[in-house]
Design a binder for this molecule. Structure first.
Ligand code: SAM
Length: 227
């Protein structure tokens, strides 16, 4: 997501530490309690937060965590969460991979990957949110039976992701190249809204983290990942 640096958003993020989990001063106890309190879902790369805020409003009995690399986007997302006075969404600004060590004791109920950057160049493959390292970590941080919901406009990225999920033994629950009506447990994202208005087809799949996925992830050697 190419977003210009916005001073107000970065300041907003800086001035509201109590509304986030800070990776460089992590309150592990509070984080674990938040996840234990309710079924908790994670979105990586939430954009300005349209998807997660609407889902959180609809499902007050669930908790949601969003993690976003970019500080301007994080600030904008945090503001949207605050404006709606949502207590069931927490933001983390940083790289998802830095959050993984805090998810040993508690596991998540599901994961959303909405319109992730496709990183089409081979040399950037490791940055794709469906590259080996990420798929291995997802199997560790999710409960057995938890679902991953992925939406993308980019067919090459989508097809690559299908093969990746198969490689890591995730069970494909559903897959479509023309997702039109939103499921009950779904909301439109900012990107989705833009693509739909341009008549771009939306690809979507749902994957299950099975016992086999978890066992495969445990066996999968790190040297494979660094290849
Ligand atoms: C293309 S945007 C998608 C925005 C939104 N989900 C939507 O559909 O409108 C992808 C976002 O993912 C974030 N991102 C990419 N890799 C990430 C990572 N490893 N950890 C956290 N955020 C990441 C990027 O900074 C970017 O803002």
């Amino acid at each position: 997501m190419r977003t210009k640096f916005k001073f107000w958003a970065v300041e907003y993020l800086k001035n509201n530490p109590s509304k986030q989990f800070l990776l460089d001063n992590f309150d592990e106890e509070k984080f674990i309690n938040f996840i234990k309190e309710k079924e908790t879902y994670l979105e990586i790369g939430p954009g300005k937060g349209r998807f997660i805020t609407n889902l959180a409003l609809k499902y007050p009995n669930y908790n949601f965590i969003v993690i976003e690399l970019n500080s301007t986007i994080s600030g904008m997302c945090l503001k949207s969460i605050d404006e709606l006075k949502l207590n069931n969404v927490k933001l983390i600004c940083g790289n998802f991979l830095k959050l993984v060590p805090y998810l040993n004791e508690v596991k998540l109920s599901g994961l959303f990957l909405n319109f992730s950057d496709p990183w089409p160049k081979k040399r950037h493959e490791k940055r794709r949110l469906t590259s080996d390292i990420f798929l291995r970590e997802y199997s560790k941080i999710l409960k057995e039976g938890a679902l991953i919901y992925l939406k993308s406009d980019n067919l090459d990225f989508f097809n690559y992701s299908v093969e990746q999920f198969k490689k890591f033994k995730y069970q494909i629950i559903s897959l479509t190249n023309d997702y039109q009506m939103l499921d009950e447990f779904d909301e439109e994202t900012e990107f989705e809204n833009k693509f739909k208005s341009q008549n771009v087809k939306i690809n979507r799949m749902i994957l299950k983290n099975t016992k086999e996925t978890i066992e495969w992830g445990e066996k999968y050697e790190l040297w494979n990942i660094s290849q």
